[in-house]
Design a protein around this ligand. Structure first.
Ligand SMILES: [Zn+2]
Length: 235
């Protein structure tokens, strides 16, 4: 595996139990230059051709998540491995198959090594919905879940869930609902990508990860919320 060591990390104070997936809007060499300028990092970056580059040793705390929240926990750099996957549209257009195969192998290896539950493989937008849109609506969560990485839903499970309050369901899944619109966007990018519009201006998307006026137009939204909450074993 290629290495390009970054010096932006510190010591973990919690064991690894999660994987956070990001996308970078550049090819790896340029992305690494931007990390060096911004003094941030991740543990791995997967280039456009599927090549994996190690940036920070797994036992160190890399600086990729920023202000983050999931299921009551904050500061997810501390307990996670951060993986960047290069995608010039920030995940709004398909990833290369070679990248996804490389990511699949890497995640399987990490999940086995650190006993990471599949529920704890998350996207940056899941844990920082008001600030981040990556890894984007074209990230293949459903495909990865079929291989035991992350969770997907079975719509029939909604019958098992009595809760119908949108906020309570999003919160039960793990989202920070301080900004409800942002949390809804993050949920849809992950579980209902077909209804998320593409922002052709990637720079705009980076600065404005979600429009304030998003109106949901799907009869399935509540049922999918319920089914995901059920799969997350949180309701
Ligand atoms: Zn990110």
């Amino acid at each position: 595996m290629r290495e390009h060591k970054l010096s932006f990390f510190d010591e973990r104070t919690a064991p690894i139990d999660a994987i956070i997936i990001h996308s970078s809007a550049f090819a790896a060499d340029k992305a690494i230059k931007t990390y060096e300028q911004a003094e941030v990092s991740a543990h791995y970056i997967i280039d456009l051709n599927g090549q994996i580059i190690r940036l920070v040793d797994e036992d160190k705390r890399a600086w990729h998540a920023g202000k983050s929240f999931w299921q009551g926990r904050t500061g997810l750099n501390n307990n996670s491995v951060g993986i960047e996957v290069c995608n010039l549209s920030l995940g709004q257009k398909a990833y290369d198959k070679r990248q996804i195969f490389a990511l699949l192998r890497l995640c399987k290896h990490l999940m086995k090594k650190y006993h990471i539950n599949k529920e704890n493989v998350l996207g940056h937008s899941d844990i920082a919905p008001s600030r981040k849109a990556d890894p984007g609506a074209c990230f293949p969560w459903q495909y990865l879940a079929q291989h035991g990485i992350g969770v997907w839903y079975d719509l029939r499970d909604c019958q098992q869930v009595k809760e119908t309050d949108e906020k309570k369901l999003l919160s039960a899944i793990g989202y920070d609902i301080t900004d409800l619109t942002a949390a809804k966007w993050a949920f849809c990018r992950h579980y209902m990508p077909q209804i998320v519009p593409v922002d052709e201006d990637v720079r705009h998307l980076i600065e404005h990860p979600y429009p304030a006026d998003f109106s949901f137009n799907s009869d399935d939204y509540l049922q999918i919320l319920q089914a995901v909450a059920y799969k997350m074993k949180k309701i």
